[in-house]
Design a protein around this ligand. Structure first.
Ligand code: ZN
Length: 147
């Protein structure tokens, strides 16, 4: 467990310092904003769909290291997946961070976020970008809030 915790800290630090896909997609097919008032995290997620596939995904925003790292890793994890696969992955990720995952390893690199389940207030930080991506895919008009 302590190896996983070290890896978690390393990955969160790396992705929060240099987030991947941190940009606006000017020709996005869908986008949504999310806000976590508990921590002050804000995220704007952009998706470009090609048919049913997530061709490109990016985000901008401000927040704590966990919210940024999670958004960054999310963009890497869902690029190229179908809409349904993306929503399935969101559900598995949510089970992971709430400590309900049967097999964390099936989430690949995202498994490092299993450590979040030990810190309930951080669950919203880790899942904010995912909630926002789901809202974008579902065409939500109102901003997402974790409260
Ligand atoms: Zn946060």
């Amino acid at each position: 467990m302590s190896d996983l915790r070290d890896l978690y800290q390393e990955v969160v630090l790396d992705h929060s310092k240099s987030p991947r896909n941190f940009r606006v997609l000017p020709d996005a097919s869908a986008d949504a904003e999310g806000f976590n008032p508990l921590c002050g995290d804000q995220v704007h997620v952009y998706v470009t769909l090609e048919g049913d596939a997530v061709k490109d995904v990016a985000f901008t925003g401000n927040g704590c290291a966990i919210s940024k790292a999670s958004a960054s890793m999310m963009t890497q994890a869902v690029k190229g997946r179908s809409r349904q696969e993306t929503i399935d992955l969101f559900e598995r990720f949510h089970r992971l961070v709430t400590g309900a995952a049967q097999d964390p390893d099936e989430l690949g690199k995202l498994a490092v976020f299993a450590g979040v389940s030990e810190f309930p207030v951080r669950v919203k930080c880790a899942s904010l970008a995912w909630h926002t991506l789901k809202a974008a895919l579902e065409g939500a008009r109102a901003p997402v809030t974790t409260e």
